[in-house]
Design a protein around this ligand. Sequence first.
Ligand SMILES: [Cu+2]
Ligand SMILES: [Zn+2]
Length: 177
Amino acid sequence: MRIRTFPLAALLILVAMTNTGCVSNHVTNAIAVMSPTQGSSVHGVVEFHDAGNGVRVVANISGLTPGDHGFHIHEWGDTSSADGTAAGGHFNPLGHQHGARDASRKHVGDLGNLHADAQGNATYDWTDPDMPLALIIGRGVIIHAKNDDYGQPTGNAGGRVAQGVIGVAKPDMRHKH
Ligand SMILES: [Cu+2]
Ligand SMILES: [Zn+2]
């Protein structure tokens, strides 16, 4: 009897914790730590938060040249190549054409541009209504040398100056979801 009772009690506690949001398999926060590719000094952090009405993407990046830099989620979370190319192409599970971050049809990974100031620092804050957070976990984030001009097929943004992998982050208990 004791053998059967303990697991049941443990299970009930787990269910209660899940219902209060303290324990869940549902990912609400993710993070990509950006590392420079060879010859670059671009680095920083990109955070992804389930905002209810979409995924809020917040980035703080340094070491850029002033101006705009293409910013995308790429297909693979593979940072094994020094030039960032192992991350593959833009994450595009719906087979759409490349576009601006606010286009109605675009690659899921199209985040537009980071805008770096004269010191080479960029902040970015955009809530994407169509980004499935669960689908981007484990994929790559790439920052490009040049601006994304939204041309086909991938925005003409040139080489890759920083790369990172999207991982599951600690849930933010302040947010209800
Ligand atoms: Cu890209
Ligand atoms: Zn794209």
